[in-house]
Design a protein around this ligand. Sequence first.
Ligand code: NAD
Length: 488
Amino acid sequence: MSTLLNFIGGEWTASNAAEHALVYNPASAEVLANTPMSPASEVAGAVEAAARAFPAWRRTPLTERIQPLFKLKTLLEEKFDELARTITLECGKTLAESKGEMRRAIENVEVACSAPVLTQGYVSEDIAVGIDELMIRQPLGVCAIIAPFNFPGMIPFWFLPYAIAAGNTVVLKPSERVPLTMTMVMDLLVATGLPKGVVNLVHGGREAVDTLLDHPEVQAVSFVGSSNVARHVYARAAANGKRVQCQGGAKNPIVIAPDAHVDTTTQVVADSAFGCAGQRCLAASMAVLIGDARAPFRESLREAAASRVTGFGLDAVQMGPVISSGSQARVEGLIARAASDGATVSVDGRGARVVGFENGYFVKPTILESLPFASEVATTEIFGPVLSLHEVDTIDDALAIINRGQYGNMACLFTSSGDLARRFRSEADVGNVGINVGVAAPMAFFPFSGARGSFFGDLHGQGRDAFEFFTKEKVIVERWPRAVTRMF
Ligand code: NAD
């Protein structure tokens, strides 16, 4: 079993960490690697390496700064299958899901190559007699990226390619639970010829994060993870004067109107709720059935849950395990809690056993019915393959459920009515809306939004927002008096 190295200043470096976290294949409980919980001094070393690389990188012409990204795109395509397999091994999702994730990562590299256009400023000539005014965008300096476990390959790419294309240098801290994918990606970044110190990777947990939040050389922090940690990161980094964007947790309602198509809607909703074992921040966790949608969808969603094939992600399955034994116990505990609060567990995924993978952290798809809204489970992010069904009479009732939730990551509506859809997309107070779509994941050229407890900050990851986040605007008002004596 290998102990992972940090990548600091262009060198793979062994950590002197006193503590380590084990990386498991969640389908088999086999240990894959050992992640050092790097101490503050090593994280500071990575920040300082990034700070040293910044002056030369920011002065590297923009057209040259994007060349490594074109090379990275080619290398990611060449290593696509290997990267996807690595994601499945350390994170548990199916190979198809891992490939989908890597495709999104690559799309972000492609969009970041538009930096020459998307980092342009603007000029107004003659704002007063003989005076011009211009706005230019400049890089910030060292940017920290802190990632969660559930998309080891994609989420760092919501930020990293934009940060470096805009002229910043980066310290990335992947999740200690899934560090292998970005370790592979670092080797690809090296192969692009990116100068030493422009991208650094440190492994670790809370101490590493807090060091990044406190270090005076870190100018900006991009975080994705649970809302409690997002709040902490946002508050501490902002108190230290840094620019911050923090994406948090979710509890996503999917509303089904009586005029929704039963078969397609059921398939799409089941994929949303149970895909990636429910460990997507855009997973459906509540299905809100309006009026006559109740009977057909209760039945069809139960069937879809019960028939989903669960197992090792490299086999021909539709769903893998959850990330850890702790997560498995937590999800099973929440199902038990829902039952004791009065819910009917009409499809029960607890105690799941997969032949050949008896030690894996499996929870099969679960359906909760009649879960009282007063139950804590109705408002808690479960982050497992559990869908609760709720019944309401009108779209107003459904919108009220969405808008009183503590999270605001995504809400979706399934309907044949354009009128209903138009109202929904306007009134649902969430960052991402799906209309007849179950996972409203924004493409790389759109911001990955979020509202209320799901997002802290203003500018988001991906696309134009990312370029705005990773640059500061400087305004110049300029007058050139006519020379008294002309030299020419
Ligand atoms: P997490 O909050 O446990 O960890 C995220 C990162 O923070 C990791 O790198 C971890 O090492 C670090 N961390 C953990 N505890 C910390 C602490 N006390 N202080 C400082 N740093 C700490 O999240 P996770 O379990 O890895 O990921 C799942 C969560 O991420 C879910 O809540 C999910 O909804 C959310 N998520 C949100 C989005 C989004 O776009 N909104 C996307 C993906 C995941």
